[in-house]
Ligand binder design. Structure first.
Ligand code: SAH
Length: 502
C-alpha cells in the first residue's frame, strides 16, 4: 500500500547493502511526498523516490549537526499536518540507536498518525556478513545491543559496566570504535575475560566491508593496526571466533574485483546487481542512454498497419518494451500482432515480449542478427510484408538478408542510443578497474569516448560476443574473454570463470 497523506512513516533502510531493505520500505520511498533521510542509508535508494518528492537531508555528518532532533520532529509533524505523506528514513532499524522512539513520541504528542517499519539492524547484519552468528547453540544464548558512544570515563555514564562484564552472551556495540580502548579496559577491569574472542566489522554488508578478529584484550591494537574506522560494529563473545570458518562474504567469486559496467543505465542495474551479489565492486559507467523515438510518423504508421505484416522482428528487450508502449499510445494491444509471426533476437527479447502477452515464434540460439536470419530460413516471407523494429543505429544485416529473400521490408527505429557523460569520480574509478565489460559495439565506442581513448591499465576486457569483440579489436582493444553465451548472464559466467582462474 502506498504512503498515505498526513501520515509519518519511521522507516529502517537496513545496514547498507541495497538488497537488505524491506519491501515495505521501498513501497513507501516510491510513493511518499517527502523523505527526511540520514547519512547511513543504502546508496541509490533515493533514486526510487517519486520524481516530485521533497528530499531533505536530516543526518548528522560527524561533528556537523545539520538539523537538531527538535527541528526534525517539527519538520515531520508539520509536513504531515499539511497533508503530506512523510518518510523518515534511517540506517538499520529506526528503534535501535536511531532516535525513532523520540520521533514516534513527537508524532503521538502532535496527534499525527504514524507507522514504524523495522529494518535489518547493523549489529546483526554486519556480524552475519562477517561470518559471526550473534547467538549460537553452543556459544551464546543471549545477545545485548549496547551503545559505545558514551564516554566510558564519564562518571554519569548510563552503562553498567559490571553488569556488561557479567553478561552471559554476546555484546554488540554500536558507535564504539573510537572509544574501543576505554571500553575494553572497562570490561576487563570489571572482570570480563581478556582472552575472550572479539571482532570489529567496518562498513558491514557493503562492498568495502573489512573485519578484524582478536581478543577483548587485543582488539583495540588490531583495529588500530588495520585502521578500521566508523561506521563499525564491535562484537565481544565466543561467537567472534566462528568467523574463521563461517566468513562467506570474502569468499564470493568476485570479492574485491572492480568491474566496469557500460550498459545504458536502465539495463545496467540488473547486471550491476548480479555482479554485486557475486562480490564485485561495480563501477557503473552509463556510456549510453536509450532515447525513445516512438513519436515519429514512421513508428505511428507501422503500428497503424501492424496487422498487415506477415513477420515482425524485434531485435532487443528495449525494442520489445517500446513497441508495446507505441502500440499502447495508439490504443492497440497484443491482438494487433495476431496475424504475424513474431521473431525475437534472443531470450531476453522473447522474455520482454512474453511480459506483454506475446510468445515469440522464432528465437535463435545465438543472439546475433546473423543467427536470426538463419532461424528464419523456414519462414515463408517471399513477397510478404515484414517489419523490423529496432534501434536507429543498428546494422543492416537482418533487413538486407530478408530483402534478398524477396520480402518487402519496413524498418522502424524505436529508439536511439545516445552518449551519457559520467561524473569525473566515475571515470577515475573506471581507470583503476580489474574488469571492463562490453555488452554491445556501441558500449565499446562510447566507453572509448568517455575515457578519452584510455583503456584502464591491467584491466581484463570481457565482451558479450563476436560482433562486440570485433569492434573492440578494431579500436585497438585486446579482448581478454569472450562470453560463450551472448547475453548478460553468459558474460557474467565467463567473467566469474576467469576470476576463478586468476
Ligand atoms: N539504527 C542503526 C544504528 C544507528 S547508530 C541500526 O539499527 O543499525 C550508528 C552506528 O551503527 C554506527 O556507529 C555503527 O556502529 C553502526 N553501523 C551502521 N551501519 C553500519 C555498517 N554498515 N557496518 C557497521 N556498523 C554500522
Amino acid at each position: 500500500m502506498k504512503a498515505r497523506a498526513g501520515v509519518v512513516y519511521l522507516v529502517g533502510a537496513g545496514p547498507g547493502d541495497p538488497g537488505l531493505i524491506t519491501a515495505r520500505a521501498l513501497e513507501l520511498i516510491a510513493s511518499a511526498d517527502a523523505i527526511l533521510y540520514d547519512r547511513l542509508i543504502p546508496a541509490g535508494v533515493l533514486d526510487g523516490a517519486h520524481p516530485e518528492a521533497d528530499l531533505v537531508y536530516a543526518g548528522k555528518a560527524p561533528g556537523n549537526v545539520t538539523m537538531t532532533q527538535d527541528e526534525i520532529n517539527t519538520e515531520l509533524t508539520e509536513r504531515a499536518q499539511r497533508g503530506q505523506s512523510v518518510v523518515r528514513l534511517k540506517g538499520g532499524d529506526p528503534f535501535v540507536f536511531g532516535r525513532g522512539g523520540e520521533e514516534a513520541e513527537a508524532c503521538a504528542a502532535a496527534g499525527v498518525d504514524f507507522e514504524v517499519v523495522p529494518g535489518v539492524t547493523a549489529g546483526v547484519a554486519a556480524a552475519a556478513y562477517a561470518g559471526i552468528p550473534v547467538t549460537h547453540r553452543d556459544e551464546a544464548s543471549a545477545v545485548a545491543f549496547v551503545t559505545g558512544h558514551e564516554d566510558p570515563e564519564k562518571p554519569e555514564t548510563a552503562l553498567d559496566w559490571d553488569a556488561l562484564a557479567r553478561f552471559p552472551g554476546t555484546l554488540v556495540l554500536y558507535m564504539g570504535v573510537k572509544n574501543l580502548p576505554e571500553i575494553a579496559r572497562r570490561l576487563i577491569d570489571a572482570g570480563r575475560d581478556p582472552g575472550e574472542p572479539a571482532a570489529a566489522v567496518e562498513r558491514g554488508t557493503l562492498a568495502g566491508q573489512r573485519a578484524a578478529v582478536a581478543t577483548l584484550g587485543t582488539l583495540a591494537q588490531e583495529v588500530e593496526r588495520q585502521g578500521l574506522r566508523p561506521p563499525s560494529i564491535l562484537l565481544f563473545g565466543r561467537v567472534a571466533a566462528r568467523r574463521e570458518e563461517i566468513a562467506w562474504f570474502e569468499r564470493r567469486p568476485l570479492h574485491g574485483k572492480r568491474v566496469v559496467v557500460t550498459r545504458a543505465r536502465a539495463q545496467a542495474s540488473g547486471m550491476a546487481r548480479t555482479l554485486e551479489t557475486l562480490g564485485a565492486e561495480v563501477i557503473e559507467l552509463p556510456a549510453i542512454r536509450i532515447e525513445p523515438t516512438i513519436d515519429s510518423d514512421e513508428v505511428r504508421a507501422a503500428v497503424e498497419s501492424l496487422h498487415s505484416y506477415a513477420l515482425v522482428c524485434v531485435t532487443s528487450p528495449n525494442g520489445a518494451r517500446l513497441l508495446f508502449e507505441a502500440m499502447d499510445t495508439q490504443g492497440r494491444d497484443a491482438r494487433a500482432l495476431s496475424q504475424a509471426q513474431v521473431a525475437a533476437i534472443g531470450p531476453g527479447t522473447a522474455r520482454a515480449l512474453r511480459e506483454h502477452g506475446v510468445i515469440a515464434d522464432v528465437v535463435p540460439e545465438r543472439f546475433v542478427a546473423e543467427a536470426l536470419v538463419e532461424s528464419l530460413a523456414e519462414v515463408p516471407i517471399e513477397g510478404k510484408p515484414v517489419l523490423v523494429a529496432r534501434a536507429a543505429e543498428a546494422r543492416d544485416v537482418l533487413p538486407d538478408a530478408l530483402r534478398e529473400r524477396g520480402a518487402e521490408v519496413d524498418v522502424v527505429a524505436l529508439y536511439e542510443t545516445v552518449r551519457e557523460t559520467p561524473a569525473v569520480e566515475e571515470i577515475e574509478a573506471a581507470a583503476g578497474a580489474d574488469y571492463v565489460t562490453f555488452t554491445s559495439s556501441s558500449t565499446v565506442k562510447n566507453f572509448l569516448e568517455v575515457m578519452g581513448g584510455r583503456i584502464p591499465e591491467g584491466a581484463r576486457i570481457v565482451s558479450i560476443g563476436p560482433v562486440t569483440s570485433a569492434t573492440a579489436r578494431e579500436a585497438g582493444i585486446e579482448v581478454t574473454i569472450e562470453a560463450g553465451r551472448h547475453d548478460p548472464a553468459g558474460l557474467i559466467d565467463a567473467l566469474v570463470e576467469d576470476a576463478g582462474d586468476q
